[in-house]
Structure formats: structure tokens, C-alpha cells
Design a protein around this ligand. Structure first.
Ligand SMILES: [Zn+2]
Length: 266
């Protein structure tokens, strides 16, 4: 009798297990959303002055953008190296990641717990050229001076935040495989069908709007393409239309359409 009872409890737990964890997740998200609502105005006041991208979104998408930014921010540990820390910094860095993944289901870049913020260009490893940022197994590294220039559009076609988040996105999908976005992984093959020939042409000395650095290797080609897609979409679509369209399908968003929607609404 006892055995039957234990057996039925075990079977019950197995059957209940899936809905139970789903329920726990729902409760957790709800609790986080309540916390977020009490801070939404603060997040808006930090993001709105710096992100044209955010200001062009509908009100519903702005809320989704800020909630994702909040979740990303709370999940990471930020480290500040020789730079004066401010409360805005982690929010702006989180917002850049959210911009890149806004069309995707998975947006936490969850392999990375640590984000390192440095003051300006720095040296790393045995490389002779200075770095503005990089991504490796230990975390995401960004130089604050360059990050700010990037989000304000002060350096043509460059946005180091988007560049490094681009590396981080392929890292979690293909290297650690810790946060696989089904659509992104599947569509990346189609993206590469278009992108690889353009990259190979660059390796043969071909020039295009992406610039020489994108020809270094395919990782850099990808990260630079991401920067241009958001920073200079109209020119990119004009000069490399197949690449622009492939990126738009891959990231499930189109920065030009967002601009046009905004103009129509204004
Ligand atoms: Zn890079």
C-alpha cells in the first residue's frame, strides 16, 4: 500500500513537474515586472536622451524595451575599471544589448554574467593595436569613452556597444550554446549564404562600405555588419542590399521601417 502511495506521488510529481516549473517562471516574471513598473520612469529617463532607436518605437514597444533592459541589467555584474561609475552606465549598456536582440525571443546573452567597463582604449593580450572592446570567455569588455561616442553617433558607422554585443550574441548561440535562439540559429545559415561571398571578396582586396577591418575575419565581418545595420541603414541597404535584407531577416527587425513609421506617426 505504502509503495503504491509513494509510486503515485512520484508519478504525480513527474506529471506535474513541467507545468509547475512553468508556473514558477510565470510567478517570477510577474514579480520582476512589478519591480520594473516601479522603476520604469527612471529607466525611461536614462534611455530616452541617448537612444534615437528607443524614441522611434511605439509606446508598447518602448515598455517592452525598458523591461528587457531592466531584466538584462539585473542579471549582470558590472565591473568598473579606472572609470567613475554612474547609475546610468549599466542601464545604457544593457539597452544596447536589447536593441540588437529586440526582434528575437532570447535576449539575455546568458553565458555572460560579467561586464567590464574601462575608461578608454586599452591593450589586451599580445595585440599591438589598442582595443575599444572585446568579448571572451570571461566576459564582455567595453571602453566607456568609445561606447558613449557610439550611442551618440559621433563616429561614423561605429558603435562599439553594438559591435561587442554582436560578438556576444554569436558566442552564446554557437560557441557556448547556452542561449540558443531557434530563429537566429536557423536563419544564420541563410545570412551566411549572402555574407560569405561578400566577405571572401573583401579578403581578395574588394572594397565596400563595411571598411577594411571587416575583412579581418568572419567574426569581425559579422560585428561590423551589425554596427552598420543600425548606424547607417539607408546607405547599407543602398550599397549592400542583399546583406542588409539578410540581416533584417536574421534579427527580425528593420531600422529603416522603424524610421519611416516614426515619420508617419509624427
Ligand atoms: Zn570585433
Amino acid at each position: 500500500m505504502e509503495i503504491l502511495l509513494i509510486l503515485s506521488i512520484v508519478i504525480g510529481i513527474i506529471i506535474l513537474h513541467q507545468p509547475f516549473t512553468e508556473w514558477i517562471n510565470k510567478v517570477r516574471v510577474k514579480a520582476q515586472y512589478q519591480k520594473f513598473l516601479s522603476q520604469e520612469t527612471w529607466y525611461h529617463s536614462v534611455v530616452a536622451p541617448h537612444f534615437r532607436y528607443y524614441n522611434r518605437l511605439s509606446l508598447a514597444d518602448q515598455r517592452k524595451f525598458l523591461f528587457r533592459t531592466f531584466l538584462f541589467h539585473k542579471a549582470k555584474r558590472f565591473h568598473y575599471i579606472e572609470v567613475t561609475q554612474s547609475a546610468e552606465m549599466p542601464i545604457l549598456i544593457s539597452a544596447v544589448a536589447v536593441q540588437l536582440t529586440f526582434g528575437l525571443d532570447k535576449f539575455m546573452l546568458n553565458y555572460f554574467r560579467d561586464i567590464f567597463v574601462l575608461k578608454d582604449d586599452y591593450h589586451y593580450g599580445f595585440y599591438s593595436r589598442p582595443f575599444q572592446g572585446h568579448v571572451d570567455h570571461s566576459g564582455i569588455y567595453l571602453s566607456w569613452d568609445n561606447f558613449v561616442k557610439g550611442i551618440h553617433g559621433l563616429t561614423a558607422n561605429c558603435n562599439v556597444g553594438l559591435h561587442e554585443m554582436g560578438h556576444a550574441l554569436t558566442y552564446v548561440n554557437f560557441i557556448t550554446q547556452t542561449e540558443e535562439d531557434k530563429h537566429f540559429k536557423k536563419e544564420f545559415k541563410n545570412f551566411s549564404k549572402v555574407a560569405r561571398p561578400i566577405f571572401e571578396d573583401m579578403q581578395q582586396g574588394g572594397k565596400n562600405i563595411l571598411g577594411d577591418y571587416a575583412g579581418t575575419n568572419y567574426h569581425e565581418f559579422w560585428a561590423v555588419s551589425v554596427e552598420l545595420f543600425f548606424e547607417n541603414p539607408i546607405r547599407m541597404r543602398h550599397e549592400l542590399p542583399t546583406l542588409y535584407n539578410a540581416l533584417s531577416r536574421l534579427l527580425k527587425q528593420d531600422p529603416i521601417v522603424v524610421v519611416n513609421n516614426h515619420k508617419l506617426a509624427a
